[in-house]
Design a protein around this ligand. Structure first.
Ligand code: UGA
Length: 352
């Protein structure tokens, strides 16, 4: 019998890529829900994809019914953008924690396997140079730094899920994404700062011919992971051959792509120039420095270096990331060029 997978947030960055990969590469059925379908293209036409437009905080019966009906539940609905943590901390708690803990409880009640997105942010300002799922301390700033409400919400969920595993033998896997990038990350057609994570923000700045802003100098580092590599890992987790991913935590990240934010800005500008549609805009893009206070306000605090240990995923899932930094950037830009985003936007941007 083909697996029935339920994906909450099927139209999100990870949800849409995962749905596409499942339909292309596996014979499983997908039951998805999201607020809209703009990232799904033709996927809803596939008769193995049962998609409804809806809100998990309102369509609660749909959610519970489908948890009962499916074999594996992947709840990907969350706010995952730091600018939102500092401006709407309670919304982050309500959606990321409260709405999701209900889904976790349904999985316990109906005995379903749960694949839950933890986050690289969970490690916070951990002193470990390489972040290990089992041993690294999780370190946050004071309460007045509201940025940490996201990490704290996610940490508590990890702990709740772990406890259900111990007490009720809940079958779960926690995965921790490390700065996944790729097509459809956020909306590049949204020039407003704070609506996107860093890579989409930079692409959008190039496109709208606005300076790229490096927060506090841009020396902070992230390990960027191309979405296709991440999805390959998630498919292995979903498959869960011989229970290898059951009650485990896996970092999903690419330590070879650990670069500074300044380096990301410079690469983005350089690689964008390879594309005729972007050449002029990219050549003219300035890089400037701003303080974190100016950019995010007083509730923000940053993480300086974030490198994943990926031995667990390599050893137990047979996975390794393959896409280097420049290829990840090039493929993402190419996606938007193919989509024609830059043509229409160049026209409107030049009218600004
Ligand atoms: C975020 C989320 O909090 C995580 O949950 C999520 O898992 C993670 O992204 C991810 O993508 O995996 P963070 O890496 O801090 O964490 O978020 P970004 O908004 O992508 O910022 C990365 C760095 O770029 C930060 O140091 C930020 O200050 C800097 N930045 C951002 C700039 O210098 N300029 C900008 O215009 C935007």
């Amino acid at each position: 019998m083909a697996l029935k997978i339920m994906i909450l947030g099927a139209n999100g960055f990870i949800g849409s890529a995962l749905t596409g990969a499942i339909l292309r590469e596996r014979d499983w059925e997908v039951y998805g829900i999201d607020l809209s379908d703009n990232k799904l293209g033709d996927l809803p036409k596939d008769n193995r994809f049962h998609f409804v437009e809806g809100d998990i905080t309102i369509n609660k019966e749909w959610v519970e019914y489908h948890v009962k009906k499916c074999d594996v539940v992947v709840p990907l609905v969350a706010i995952a953008n730091p600018a939102q943590y500092v401006t709407h901390p309670l919304r982050v708690f309500e959606l990321d924690f409260e709405a999701n803990v209900e889904v976790v409880r349904h999985c316990v009640k109906y005995g379903k396997r749960l694949i839950f997105p933890s986050t690289s942010e969970l490690y916070g300002m951990s002193p470990d140079p390489v972040l290990d799922e089992e041993t690294s301390p999780l370190v946050y700033g004071p309460i007045n730094k509201q940025r940490w409400i996201y990490a704290a919400s996610k940490q508590l969920l990890d702990r709740v899920i772990y406890a259900y595993g111990v007490r009720d033998s809940l079958d779960y896997t926690l995965f921790r994404p490390f700065n996944f990038i790729g097509p459809n990350l956020d909306n590049i057609e949204e020039p407003k700062e704070g609506s996107s994570r860093v890579f989409t923000q930079f692409l959008s700045n190039v496109l709208y011919r606005r300076p790229i802003k490096l927060v506090d100098g841009g020396n902070q580092k992230r390990s960027f992971t191309y979405i296709d590599d991440a999805i390959e890992c998630l498919l292995t987790i979903l498959e869960n051959k011989d229970g290898r991913a059951t009650r485990r935590i896996f970092n999903i990240g690419n330590p070879d792509n650990c670069v500074s934010i300044r380096d990301l800005a410079e690469r983005t500008i350089r690689i964008a120039q390879e594309f005729p549609a972007l050449r002029d805009a990219a050549k003219g893009t300035e890089i400037i420095e701003v303080s974190a206070g100016e950019y995010y306000g007083k509730y923000y605090q940053d993480i300086q270096v974030r490198v994943p240990a990926i031995e667990a995923a390599k050893r137990d899932l047979g996975w390794r990331p393959r896409t280097d930094m420049d290829t990840a950037i090039r493929r993402t830009i190419d996606f938007y060029v193919q989509l024609g985003s830059f043509n229409s936007l160049n026209a409107s941007a030049s009218g600004l």
